[in-house]
Design a protein around this ligand. Structure first.
Ligand code: SF4
Length: 425
């Protein structure tokens, strides 16, 4: 979402006459777009700000700005630690950035007002190139999970009109984009008038040139039958569903105020797997939430084994000020959180390897993204399940060269937990 937001900021500034510099050292304005979801992310930003302060010492005219959720969440503490900042702007203030930069002088220009109406629907973000583009379909969140700072820093849910999304995706298709990823904090809560998320998927699928549609990040509580049906029946909607569970313990899920219990979640997984052929599932897990006992953690390990996710994002719990869980405390030590996280990651690596190995010998269409990082003439792309496929870019005859944007059929020869080694089929 921050990539998409940065593209919106870029478009706002470009409209005001700014051009982008390749390196911070060459820029007159340097803006850091930030995340407040975990303490670690904030520490990284402060470290980067201290580096940028040196730039400002040598060129005092350079304007430094902090954008995004961290600006929204902690502006007072940030201004104490980084008094040299010229601009501090929250996620709903980007439209006013040119004005804020113009105003910034001896005192920082600060704007962290949340705006229930701001969706940036009329601003086409500066697409960064490539076969895939991120398109924000809705902003904010109404769920208020106990551990999460998002509703406080990104405001309440609001969906972007389908007509604006159709226009944006149509423009992207015209520029060669083949895959769009619809974004929202709880993207499947999308609703604009009578258009719900499954209807939106079908509308986007009608746009010529767009071959694949994905979305991130849905909430399990908002996965409707019509959404399952849309993924199952609309060929452009790819068979990959991210279902963040966060914990495998009912007691912890209740404390997290996630709005579902383990049995309901498993029932959803069963319905998804029954309806969507070859679907890949991924999840998010937080270990060491306040009050998490060994038995709760074991329940999380059990659910990882029971579901067998293709991949998972796993984190240690980090107490965030202003959240509902803030006053509860942080009962699990850092060492224990670390131990649980390592055990969970080791288990998920086993599961990912097992799931990927099950694909050996099978064929998949892969949307080619470009040369693989490992070089050597290898190309990389994604299978419909969002698995990375790596393969030699020449056809068997060695005549035709596969190019980014092509869709090719590959056969899986071998697998690691992170990628599939393939040959052109
Ligand atoms: S649904 Fe996601 S974004 Fe919203 S409060 Fe819960 S964890 Fe945060």
């Amino acid at each position: 979402m921050n990539v998409a937001d940065s593209q919106t900021v870029s478009a706002v500034l470009r409209r005001a006459g700014y051009v982008s510099a390749e390196r911070a050292e060459d820029a007159d304005v340097v803006l850091l777009n930030t995340c407040a979801i975990r303490e670690h992310a904030e520490e990284k930003v402060l470290h980067r700000l201290r580096e940028l302060a040196r730039l400002k010492q040598s060129r005092p005219e350079v304007k430094l700005g902090l954008l995004g959720c961290m600006a929204q969440h902690n502006r007072v503490a940030i201004m104490e630690k980084a008094a040299f900042l010229d601009v501090v702007a929250g996620p709903d203030s980007y439209r006013r950035l040119p004005e804020m930069l113009g105003r910034a002088g001896d005192d920082a220009s600060i704007d962290v007002r949340l705006d229930r109406a701001e969706t940036y629907a009329d601003i086409t973000p500066d697409y960064g190139g490539g076969v895939r583009a991120y398109v924000t379909a809705m902003r904010g969140c109404d769920k208020f999970c106990a551990f999460c700072v998002v509703p406080y820093v990104r405001g309440r849910e609001r969906s972007i009109p389908p007509s604006d999304l159709m226009r944006e995706v149509g423009e992207l298709a015209g520029r060669g984009v083949k895959e769009v990823v619809l974004l929202g904090q709880t993207v499947n809560a999308y609703r604009f008038g009578d258009t719900d998320f499954s209807a939106l998927l079908k509308m986007i699928a009608s746009i010529g040139g767009i071959e694949r549609i994905r979305f991130m990040s849905p909430h399990p509580g908002d996965v409707s039958d019509s959404l399952i049906e849309a993924i199952a029946t609309e060929p452009k909607v790819q068979p990959h569903l991210h279902l963040p569970i966060q914990s495998g313990s009912d007691r912890i899920l209740a404390a997290m105020e996630r709005g579902y219990m383990v049995a309901e979640y498993l029932d959803l997984v069963a319905r998804v797997r029954a309806a969507i052929l070859g679907v890949a599932l991924s999840t998010d897990i937080i270990v060491g939430f306040h009050g998490e006992e060994d038995s709760d953690f074991e329940a999380t390990m059990d659910i990882m084994r029971a579901v067998g996710y293709d991949s998972a994002f796993m984190f240690k719990y980090s107490v965030r000020e202003h959240t509902r869980a803030f006053h509860l405390g942080d009962s699990v030590s850092e060492e224990e959180k670390g131990r649980r996280l390592s055990a969970l990651i080791a288990l998920q690596e086993e599961m990912s390897l097992m799931r990927n190995r099950a694909m050996i010998g099978r064929e998949f269409p892969v949307l080619v993204e470009g040369p693989a990082r490992r070089g050597g003439g290898m190309m990389a792309g994604k299978t419909p399940q969002f698995k990375t496929a790596i393969f030699a870019g020449d056809t068997a005859a060695g005549v035709e060269r596969v190019r980014a944007g092509d869709t090719v059929n590959v056969r899986v020869d071998s697998a690691t937990g992170h990628s599939l080694m393939c040959s052109l089929a």
